[in-house]
Ligand binder design. Structure first.
Ligand SMILES: Nc1ncnc2c1ncn2[C@@H]1O[C@H](COP(=O)(O)OP(=O)(O)OP(=O)(O)O)[C@@H](O)[C@H]1O
Ligand SMILES: [Mg+2]
Length: 241
Protein backbone atom coordinates (compact mmCIF):
# COMPACT_ATOMS: atom_id res chain seq x y z
CA UNK A 1 0.00 0.00 0.00
CA UNK A 2 2.73 2.44 1.07
CA UNK A 3 6.23 1.99 -0.20
CA UNK A 4 9.10 4.22 0.89
CA UNK A 5 12.17 3.38 -1.16
CA UNK A 6 15.69 4.50 -0.29
CA UNK A 7 14.87 8.07 0.61
CA UNK A 8 17.42 10.61 1.79
CA UNK A 9 15.99 13.54 3.74
CA UNK A 10 17.52 16.41 5.67
CA UNK A 11 17.34 20.00 6.74
CA UNK A 12 19.76 22.24 4.90
CA UNK A 13 23.22 20.77 5.20
CA UNK A 14 22.10 18.24 7.82
CA UNK A 15 21.13 14.87 6.39
CA UNK A 16 18.80 12.97 8.73
CA UNK A 17 17.48 9.96 6.78
CA UNK A 18 19.88 7.77 4.83
CA UNK A 19 18.51 5.42 2.17
CA UNK A 20 15.48 4.63 4.32
CA UNK A 21 13.05 2.03 3.00
CA UNK A 22 9.85 0.92 4.70
CA UNK A 23 6.75 -0.80 3.43
CA UNK A 24 3.21 -1.03 4.77
CA UNK A 25 0.83 -3.58 3.30
CA UNK A 26 -2.95 -3.13 2.98
CA UNK A 27 -4.53 -3.81 6.40
CA UNK A 28 -1.25 -4.06 8.28
CA UNK A 29 -0.22 -2.44 11.54
CA UNK A 30 3.45 -1.54 11.19
CA UNK A 31 5.58 0.12 13.90
CA UNK A 32 8.76 2.13 13.86
CA UNK A 33 10.89 2.42 16.96
CA UNK A 34 14.10 4.33 17.50
CA UNK A 35 15.83 6.66 19.93
CA UNK A 36 15.27 10.43 20.17
CA UNK A 37 16.65 12.19 17.13
CA UNK A 38 16.74 9.05 14.98
CA UNK A 39 14.57 10.66 12.31
CA UNK A 40 11.16 9.12 13.04
CA UNK A 41 9.21 12.38 12.83
CA UNK A 42 11.23 13.36 9.77
CA UNK A 43 10.08 10.12 8.11
CA UNK A 44 6.40 10.82 8.85
CA UNK A 45 6.72 14.42 7.68
CA UNK A 46 8.24 13.23 4.42
CA UNK A 47 5.46 10.71 3.82
CA UNK A 48 2.78 13.39 4.25
CA UNK A 49 4.58 15.85 1.99
CA UNK A 50 5.84 18.37 4.54
CA UNK A 51 9.42 17.50 3.60
CA UNK A 52 10.85 16.28 0.33
CA UNK A 53 13.35 13.53 -0.25
CA UNK A 54 16.61 14.76 -1.68
CA UNK A 55 17.13 14.29 -5.36
CA UNK A 56 20.19 12.35 -6.46
CA UNK A 57 21.96 12.33 -3.16
CA UNK A 58 24.49 9.56 -2.87
CA UNK A 59 25.11 6.82 -5.34
CA UNK A 60 21.63 5.31 -5.60
CA UNK A 61 19.62 8.32 -6.66
CA UNK A 62 16.80 10.17 -5.01
CA UNK A 63 14.52 7.38 -3.83
CA UNK A 64 10.73 7.52 -4.00
CA UNK A 65 7.48 7.10 -2.12
CA UNK A 66 4.44 5.42 -3.64
CA UNK A 67 0.92 4.96 -2.30
CA UNK A 68 -1.12 2.25 -4.03
CA UNK A 69 1.38 2.31 -6.85
CA UNK A 70 1.24 6.07 -7.44
CA UNK A 71 4.10 8.36 -6.62
CA UNK A 72 3.34 10.79 -3.81
CA UNK A 73 6.75 12.27 -3.02
CA UNK A 74 6.74 15.83 -4.26
CA UNK A 75 2.95 16.20 -3.97
CA UNK A 76 1.50 18.94 -1.76
CA UNK A 77 0.26 17.71 1.65
CA UNK A 78 -3.42 18.36 0.83
CA UNK A 79 -3.16 16.20 -2.27
CA UNK A 80 -1.70 13.40 -0.19
CA UNK A 81 -4.52 13.68 2.38
CA UNK A 82 -7.04 13.46 -0.43
CA UNK A 83 -5.68 10.07 -1.42
CA UNK A 84 -6.63 8.68 1.97
CA UNK A 85 -3.65 9.28 4.23
CA UNK A 86 -4.18 10.99 7.60
CA UNK A 87 -1.67 11.84 10.29
CA UNK A 88 -1.76 12.29 14.05
CA UNK A 89 1.21 14.63 14.48
CA UNK A 90 3.74 14.53 17.28
CA UNK A 91 2.48 16.30 20.41
CA UNK A 92 -1.23 15.98 19.55
CA UNK A 93 -1.52 19.41 18.02
CA UNK A 94 -5.13 20.59 17.97
CA UNK A 95 -6.64 24.05 17.55
CA UNK A 96 -6.70 25.27 21.16
CA UNK A 97 -9.40 27.94 20.89
CA UNK A 98 -11.79 25.82 18.87
CA UNK A 99 -14.24 23.43 20.49
CA UNK A 100 -13.85 19.68 20.41
CA UNK A 101 -16.63 19.45 17.83
CA UNK A 102 -15.11 22.07 15.52
CA UNK A 103 -11.70 20.41 15.73
CA UNK A 104 -13.31 17.15 14.65
CA UNK A 105 -15.23 18.81 11.82
CA UNK A 106 -12.02 20.28 10.43
CA UNK A 107 -10.73 16.73 10.07
CA UNK A 108 -13.66 15.98 7.77
CA UNK A 109 -12.92 18.89 5.43
CA UNK A 110 -11.50 16.67 2.68
CA UNK A 111 -13.90 15.74 -0.16
CA UNK A 112 -13.85 12.01 0.57
CA UNK A 113 -14.97 12.63 4.16
CA UNK A 114 -17.51 15.46 3.90
CA UNK A 115 -20.55 13.37 3.07
CA UNK A 116 -19.73 10.81 5.74
CA UNK A 117 -19.24 13.38 8.50
CA UNK A 118 -22.20 12.37 10.71
CA UNK A 119 -21.30 8.70 10.61
CA UNK A 120 -17.62 9.40 11.25
CA UNK A 121 -18.52 11.54 14.23
CA UNK A 122 -20.61 8.73 15.72
CA UNK A 123 -17.70 6.33 15.20
CA UNK A 124 -15.23 8.67 16.88
CA UNK A 125 -17.56 9.13 19.86
CA UNK A 126 -17.98 5.36 20.10
CA UNK A 127 -14.19 5.03 20.35
CA UNK A 128 -13.79 8.02 22.67
CA UNK A 129 -16.92 8.64 24.77
CA UNK A 130 -15.00 11.30 26.72
CA UNK A 131 -14.87 13.47 23.64
CA UNK A 132 -18.63 13.40 23.27
CA UNK A 133 -19.01 14.53 26.88
CA UNK A 134 -16.70 17.48 26.10
CA UNK A 135 -18.09 18.40 22.71
CA UNK A 136 -18.50 22.15 23.38
CA UNK A 137 -15.31 22.59 25.40
CA UNK A 138 -12.39 24.54 23.87
CA UNK A 139 -9.61 22.11 23.04
CA UNK A 140 -7.14 24.02 25.24
CA UNK A 141 -9.08 22.93 28.34
CA UNK A 142 -8.64 19.22 27.59
CA UNK A 143 -6.22 17.06 29.54
CA UNK A 144 -3.18 15.68 27.73
CA UNK A 145 -4.83 12.31 27.26
CA UNK A 146 -8.05 13.85 25.98
CA UNK A 147 -6.10 16.03 23.56
CA UNK A 148 -4.42 12.94 22.17
CA UNK A 149 -7.87 11.36 21.73
CA UNK A 150 -8.99 14.48 19.90
CA UNK A 151 -5.97 14.40 17.61
CA UNK A 152 -6.69 10.77 16.74
CA UNK A 153 -10.39 11.50 16.34
CA UNK A 154 -9.68 14.37 14.01
CA UNK A 155 -7.49 12.17 11.82
CA UNK A 156 -10.22 9.52 11.70
CA UNK A 157 -12.75 12.13 10.56
CA UNK A 158 -10.82 12.26 7.27
CA UNK A 159 -11.87 8.63 6.64
CA UNK A 160 -8.30 7.56 5.96
CA UNK A 161 -7.28 4.23 4.49
CA UNK A 162 -3.84 4.74 6.02
CA UNK A 163 -3.37 6.33 9.43
CA UNK A 164 0.07 7.59 10.49
CA UNK A 165 0.65 8.22 14.20
CA UNK A 166 3.70 9.97 15.65
CA UNK A 167 4.16 8.88 19.27
CA UNK A 168 0.51 9.01 20.33
CA UNK A 169 1.30 7.95 23.90
CA UNK A 170 3.98 10.59 24.52
CA UNK A 171 3.55 12.14 27.97
CA UNK A 172 0.65 9.95 29.00
CA UNK A 173 0.53 8.00 32.24
CA UNK A 174 0.93 4.22 31.88
CA UNK A 175 -2.76 3.42 32.36
CA UNK A 176 -3.73 5.80 29.55
CA UNK A 177 -1.01 4.42 27.27
CA UNK A 178 -2.67 1.02 27.31
CA UNK A 179 -6.04 2.58 26.48
CA UNK A 180 -4.66 4.51 23.51
CA UNK A 181 -2.81 1.44 22.23
CA UNK A 182 -5.96 -0.70 22.51
CA UNK A 183 -7.82 1.93 20.53
CA UNK A 184 -5.19 1.94 17.81
CA UNK A 185 -5.46 -1.84 17.59
CA UNK A 186 -9.25 -1.56 17.26
CA UNK A 187 -8.89 1.07 14.53
CA UNK A 188 -6.63 -1.33 12.63
CA UNK A 189 -9.06 -4.22 13.15
CA UNK A 190 -11.76 -2.10 11.54
CA UNK A 191 -9.73 -2.15 8.35
CA UNK A 192 -7.62 1.00 8.57
CA UNK A 193 -3.95 0.40 7.82
CA UNK A 194 -1.74 1.82 10.56
CA UNK A 195 1.85 3.12 10.53
CA UNK A 196 2.80 3.78 14.13
CA UNK A 197 5.80 5.48 15.67
CA UNK A 198 5.88 4.50 19.30
CA UNK A 199 8.40 4.28 22.10
CA UNK A 200 6.29 2.06 24.33
CA UNK A 201 7.50 -0.97 22.47
CA UNK A 202 5.94 -3.48 24.85
CA UNK A 203 2.57 -2.39 23.57
CA UNK A 204 3.42 -1.35 20.04
CA UNK A 205 5.56 -4.29 18.91
CA UNK A 206 3.30 -6.87 20.49
CA UNK A 207 0.30 -5.70 18.50
CA UNK A 208 2.23 -4.96 15.28
CA UNK A 209 2.35 -7.26 12.29
CA UNK A 210 5.80 -5.94 11.49
CA UNK A 211 8.23 -3.35 12.74
CA UNK A 212 11.35 -1.37 11.90
CA UNK A 213 14.14 -0.06 14.08
CA UNK A 214 15.47 3.31 12.97
CA UNK A 215 18.80 4.48 14.41
CA UNK A 216 20.86 7.47 13.28
CA UNK A 217 18.60 7.83 10.26
CA UNK A 218 19.04 4.28 9.04
CA UNK A 219 16.86 1.18 9.24
CA UNK A 220 19.01 -1.19 11.26
CA UNK A 221 16.51 -3.97 11.92
CA UNK A 222 13.16 -5.12 10.61
CA UNK A 223 10.95 -8.06 11.29
CA UNK A 224 7.75 -9.36 12.82
CA UNK A 225 6.67 -7.42 15.91
CA UNK A 226 7.11 -10.41 18.18
CA UNK A 227 10.55 -11.19 16.70
CA UNK A 228 11.77 -7.65 17.30
CA UNK A 229 10.47 -7.72 20.85
CA UNK A 230 12.64 -10.77 21.46
CA UNK A 231 15.69 -9.37 19.68
CA UNK A 232 18.67 -8.91 22.07
CA UNK A 233 19.63 -5.50 20.63
CA UNK A 234 16.05 -4.24 20.94
CA UNK A 235 15.74 -5.58 24.46
CA UNK A 236 18.98 -4.01 25.59
CA UNK A 237 18.51 -0.63 23.88
CA UNK A 238 14.80 -0.09 24.38
CA UNK A 239 13.87 -2.10 27.43
CA UNK A 240 17.17 -2.07 29.29
CA UNK A 241 17.04 -5.83 29.82
N1 LIG B 1 13.28 21.76 11.29
C1 LIG B 1 14.47 21.22 11.55
N2 LIG B 1 15.61 21.88 11.24
C2 LIG B 1 16.81 21.33 11.49
N3 LIG B 1 17.00 20.12 12.04
C3 LIG B 1 15.91 19.43 12.38
C4 LIG B 1 14.59 19.93 12.17
N4 LIG B 1 13.71 19.02 12.61
C5 LIG B 1 14.45 18.00 13.08
N5 LIG B 1 15.76 18.23 12.95
C6 LIG B 1 16.86 17.33 13.35
O1 LIG B 1 16.69 16.09 12.69
C7 LIG B 1 17.03 15.00 13.54
C8 LIG B 1 15.87 14.02 13.61
O2 LIG B 1 14.74 14.65 14.19
P1 LIG B 1 13.34 13.91 14.32
O3 LIG B 1 12.39 14.89 14.90
O4 LIG B 1 12.98 13.32 13.01
O5 LIG B 1 13.69 12.76 15.35
P2 LIG B 1 12.73 11.74 16.10
O6 LIG B 1 13.25 10.38 15.83
O7 LIG B 1 11.33 12.02 15.77
O8 LIG B 1 13.04 12.10 17.64
P3 LIG B 1 12.05 12.11 18.92
O9 LIG B 1 11.97 10.71 19.41
O10 LIG B 1 12.78 12.98 19.91
O11 LIG B 1 10.73 12.68 18.50
C9 LIG B 1 17.38 15.61 14.88
O12 LIG B 1 18.77 15.65 14.99
C10 LIG B 1 16.82 17.02 14.82
O13 LIG B 1 17.59 17.92 15.56
MG1 LIG C 1 9.72 12.62 16.83
Amino acid sequence: MLKVEAINVGYGALQVLWEVSVEVGEGELVSVIGPNGAGKTTLIKTIVGLLRPRANHGSRGGGRITFRGRRIDGLAPEKIVRQGIAVVPEGARVFPEMTVLDNLKIGAAVPRARTRQARSLAEVFALFPRLEERIAQPARTLSGGERQMLAIGRALMACPDLLLLDEPSLGLQPTLVKGIMDTIRRINERGITVFLIEQNIHFSLRMSHRGYVLEHGRVVLEGKGSELLGNPHVRLSYLGV
